[in-house]
Every structure is written in C-alpha cells, then in structure tokens.
Ligand binder design. Structure first.
Ligand code: 5GP
Ligand code: MN
Length: 351
C-alpha cells in the first residue's frame, strides 16, 4: 500500500492548473542526472497522454551516458537550442520545475522563468526549497523526484497513464538517486512503487546496466587512476578527498558523466564516512560530497561551497582555483574537528 503523503489540497490545485492549460513546459537542474531527466521525461509523456502540448527544456547538455532514456533526443537544451527554449517557455501556460529547489540551479533558464508570470509548480526532494512557486510539492524524505512523480500520478488517480515508456523513465531516477538501491530507499513503500513500475514490463536489466554500470574505457581508467593515485584519506576525521585537475581530466579524454559515482567509492572503507571530490571544470571547481549516517554534507556544501543538496549527497562549486578549493576542504576539517590533527594517510603511505 502506497500512502498519500502529498497534501490532497495540492493535488486538487495541480489538477485545476493542468486542466486549465494546453502548453506546458518542464525543466530540471543543470548537469541533469538520471532523476532530473527521468522525472521530466516521464511527466512530459504522461501530460501528452492527457492531450497536452508538453515539452522538456534543460539548462545544459544531457550527458552521453543518459542518452538511452526514452525521449531524450527531443529535449531542447538552452546552451544548444536557445531560441527553441525561449519559444517553449514563452508559449508555456504552466511550468513544472523538477528535481531542484532554487532558480539558481537552472542558470539562464531561471532568469527567463523569473520574468514569466505563468504558474510554476515545483516537484522536488531537495532540502529548503525557495518560496517562489505557485504550488510546491517538496518532499525531502522521498528517494527521488521520480518517486514523487509516481505519487502525484497515483494521488491524481492517473496511474493508468504510466505506460511502459513513462515507467522506464521513472525506473531510471529510482535507480540512480538511490545508487542502485543502496541508499535513500529504506521505506518499504519505495519497493511497492518499484514493483508497480516494473509491472509495466520495462526492460529492467538493460535500464539498470545503462543507468548505473556503463562507463567508457577512458572513464573506467580515469576512475582507477583517481582511486589509486589521487585519493587522500583523513581517518581521524573519517574523511576522503579526491582532486582531479584539468590536465589529468584531459589525459583521460574526460567527458561529462565520466566521474559519476567516483565520490562514493571511498565510503567503502570502514573508517571513512564522508567523501569530497573536487574537479577542475573549465569555468569553475565542481564539488561533490557524499556521506553515510548522521553526518550532513548538505550543510558543508551550503556553508562552504555555494551549494546544497541532500543530507547524504550534496554538491556545490568554487569560483576560484583548485588550490583554493582544497584550502576550503582543509578549513572544513579544521572547523569540524578542531581538536584533531590533520594527518593524511596517502595511498603510498599505506603500501
Ligand atoms: P552531485 O555531487 O552528483 O553533482 O550532486 C549531488 C546532489 O547535490 C544532487 O542532488 C544535486 O542536486 C546537489 N547539488 C550538486 N551541485 C549542486 C550545486 O551547485 N548547488 C546545489 N544547491 N545543489 C547541488
Ligand atoms: Mn533527484
């Protein structure tokens, strides 16, 4: 039994908003992941089955590793199809914002949406959503935005619209945002939702492998290099740090998505309960943090790295140099563990 966790008044308001319009735009956060794309494409597909003219727009490119999600090819990407994105947004009578909590997370698409007066509906599971939505379906306790899209359909009485294609999209987000059913999936209801999705006869093995366990040879080598040569451990603080600079990324022909899940790997070490990955992107230092148990990386990312996210999985960015980002990491260690010496145990020292 999947219980109705979303306020019935919100479901009623959503029904009214959808009934009153034809053109609907859906957008999700920049550097879209499996949950952002899976939830957006599933919702788009279902809205079309309701007879609506729905489209998905993203702030930036879909990583090649997620091109297998049904419907990806028709997404309008702002950095590639700016005029089309502007047209879709300007013609929209209703805008869905999926899998993000602040317009900052969608760059220039956020600036456009800010100027528009049409209703905005948030469906999201990040902490502390901005108060800028006409309807906010925000549940940080949910595993994923895909779970919330499922729950919205269920509570609207429209689950019959979830066909094989929509179910395949939802399965991707349920899988990727839980690290392949490793975390954020403690509630039995999660598995009831999963069972319902699987009843649509999705190609589960193919989707799971493509979503979780498909990397290019370059990416596998880059991750091996990062773990072997670049992982620093701070056992007294339970911390791990991996730093990859531009030259190293180029050496392994880095393309977006290649370091996906790398930040999780140090958490396999028993004494490590939080992990930080710093990557030198062309325009910024990208920060990814993960933790296990009662240690909030979303606090660290919002206080130190201009970001946020979930309690155990968060991210952010640093506008300065890689060295400055590393210095911030050391500041976090000093602030959180003032009594503890920063003794780094490098890979070489352990051998
Ligand atoms: P990842 O490390 O995979 O990029 O992100 C992990 C989680 O943190 C995701 O849920 C993502 O939405 C959130 N996140 C990543 N980068 C940022 C950021 O720059 N700002 C905020 N607010 N959240 C982020
Ligand atoms: Mn998500």
């Amino acid at each position: 039994m999947v219980s109705p966790i979303i306020d019935e008044n919100k479901i009623e308001k959503l029904r009214e908003l959808i009934n009153g319009v034809n053109n609907i735009a859906i957008t999700c956060h920049k550097s879209p992941d499996g949950d952002a794309l899976g939830s957006s494409l599933a919702l788009c597909h279902v809205l079309r089955r309701m007879g609506k003219n729905a489209s998905v727009v993203t702030p930036d490119m879909v990583p090649r590793s997620l091109e297998f999600i049904p419907g990806v090819w028709e997404i309008a990407v702002f950095t590639k199809h700016e005029a089309r994105v502007r047209r879709v947004l300007n013609e929209a009578q209703l805008i869905f914002c999926l899998d993000f909590n602040s317009l900052k997370r969608i760059d220039r698409v956020g600036e456009i949406i800010e100027q528009l007066t049409v209703p905005r509906v948030l469906i999201d599971h990040h902490l502390d959503p901005e108060d800028i939505f006409d309807l906010s379906i925000s549940h940080p306790e949910a595993s994923s935005t895909c779970e919330l899209v499922f729950r919205v359909l269920l509570q609207m009485g429209e689950l019959r619209l979830m066909d094989r294609l929509a179910a395949s999209c939802l399965y991707v987000g349920l899988t990727t945002d839980t690290g392949g059913f490793a975390y954020s999936c403690d509630s039995p209801e999660f598995y009831e939702i999963l069972a319902s999705v699987m009843r649509r006869r999705i190609d589960r093995v193919m989707l799971y492998n493509k979503a979780i366990n498909t990397f290019s040879a370059d990416s596998v080598r880059l991750q091996g290099y990062a773990l072997s040569e670049k992982m620093q451990l701070f056992p007294k603080q339970g911390a791990a740090l991996i730093v990859l600079n531009k030259e190293e990324l180029e050496r392994f022909n880095y393309s977006r998505g290649d370091t996906e899940s790398l930040v999780n790997k140090p958490l396999a070490i028993p004494e490590i309960y939080w992990s930080v990955f710093l990557r030198e992107d062309p325009d910024k230092i990208k920060v990814s943090c993960r933790s296990q148990g009662n240690f909030s990386v979303s606090d660290i990312c919002s206080h130190y790295f201009n970001g946020g996210g979930h309690f155990n999985a968060a991210g952010g960015e640093v506008a300065g140099t890689l060295d400055e980002a590393v210095a911030i990491f050391h500041q976090v260690l000093a602030d959180l563990f003032p009594e503890t010496d920063t003794v780094e145990q490098s890979t070489q020292e352990q051998q």
